[in-house]
Design a protein around this ligand. Structure first.
Ligand SMILES: *Cc1c(COP(=O)(O)O)cnc(C)c1O
Length: 383
């Protein structure tokens, strides 16, 4: 059996052709493909604005700058995420407060967040970074209510959840990252994610002011827009108005993104079918499968199980060329965050989750026989 990884990209001949077309064109970067990708992605997610950037981490960084994060800013987030969800606050000098997760959804526990908010005077905290961990949508309706009460902004880290959605109280579908509840959302196009561009990211929002700020920050804080210039010396003239970065996505990557996006729905369906087969296979075993409650549609970036002998199963699968992975090592337990004062025992639910979690192979091109082999191997281990 050839190696089976926990996630991988799928590149078609059409994807390759779309990239080749750009390579033969006049623009490798800063050309027309970026805008097309942004418009198509905004349309897919159902938001007003999208800004393509170099990667998901750059998306988070720019978002924090645009929201005004600085050394006096305090932000709450989850420890069960990729480190970048917290690091982005640190890039701007802000302070990260981790709150514990819910033991069944594995998402930031709103009750713990509320408790933390109540322990401090109003105005102490400034924002929350929520993460649709594994592709399971955060209940943003509830978080928005809380955020409004305390005057907080919300960043939705939707890197795991393009295509995931909740059905709201009025029966309306609310796609992850659509900007109706969070101020801004971020996506990643790393090859293990739903849509692959090599490196790549996207920021989505319905806030025009934030959108324009993000465009400026993405490219050095430089503008050429005549109506924004303080002076104008002629056709060559541009101004650097803020301290920005070069966080652009190239046209080469955008072309790949546009092509990949065409298959997004079909591939999401495949992920959900794979999840269903795992769910069924493990139903009567001592394996905890991902929770999915009514009105929530899981995007299954990851299929995370909880097992008692996680290390044993991980090694056994590896011996059988199945490369499962662990998502995530709690961020607050990394040496960097420990040095800032976090320690083992601070977030017991997240730490218990970490002891038992394992991400099984989950990607649209995982073949039926390959998945059966994974399931059979897990069953053999548990005998
Ligand atoms: C992948 C990921 C990121 C970072 O995206 P990159 O494109 O790798 O920089 C941020 N947050 C989460 C939850 C992710 O999974």
């Amino acid at each position: 059996m050839k190696p089976i990884y926990y996630g991988r990209q799928e590149i078609t001949e059409e994807d390759i052709q779309s990239v080749v077309e750009v390579l033969k064109s006049d623009f490798l970067t800063q050309g027309p493909k970026i805008k097309v990708f942004e418009e198509k992605f905004a349309n897919y997610i159902g938001c007003n604005y999208a800004v393509a950037v170099a990667n998901g981490t750059a998306a988070l960084h720019l978002t924090c700058i645009a929201l005004g994060v600085n050394k006096d800013t305090r932000v709450i987030t989850t420890p069960i995420t990729f480190a970048a969800s917290a690091n982005c606050v640190r890039y701007c000098g802000g302070q990260v407060y981790f709150a514990d997760i819910d033991k069944d959804s594995y998402l930031l526990d709103i009750n713990k967040v509320e408790k933390l908010l109540k322990q401090h005077p109003k105005g102490f905290f400034h924002g929350i970074v929520v993460v649709d961990f594994a592709g399971y949508p955060v209940n943003l309706e509830a978080f928005k209510k809380l955020a409004d009460e305390y005057g907080l902004w919300i960043i939705e880290d939707a890197c795991h959840s393009p295509g995931g959605y909740r059905v709201d109280n009025k029966g309306k579908k609310q796609s992850c990252g659509n900007g109706n509840y969070a101020d801004v959302a971020v996506f990643s196009f790393h090859p293990v994610k739903h849509i692959a561009t090599g490196e790549g990211g996207m920021i989505t929002t319905n806030n025009k002011i934030l959108y324009e700020k993000l465009l400026l920050l993405r490219t050095h804080g430089i503008t050429k827009e005549p109506h924004l210039l303080k002076e104008n010396h002629g056709g060559w003239y541009y101004e650097m108005q803020e301290l920005g970065y070069n966080y652009r996505l190239t046209d080469i990557q955008s072309a790949l993104g546009i092509s990949q996006l065409k298959k997004a729905d079909e591939r999401l369906k495949k992920r959900q079918e794979i999840a269903k087969r795992y769910d069924k296979a493990f139903k009567n075993m001592k394996i905890k499968i991902p929770q999915v409650i009514k009105n929530f549609s899981h995007a299954y970036h990851l299929y995370v199980i909880q097992v008692k002998d996680r290390l044993g199963l991980y090694n056994y699968l590896k011996q059988h060329t199945i490369f499962a992975q662990v998502h995530y090592i709690p961020v607050h337990l990394f040496p960097y965050y420990k040095q800032l004062g976090w320690k083992k025992g601070d977030l017991p639910v997240a730490e218990q989750f970490y002891e038992k979690c394992l991400s099984l192979p989950m990607y649209p091109s995982l073949k039926y026989e390959e998945q059966q082999y994974v399931i059979k191997t897990i069953k053999n281990f548990n005998k």
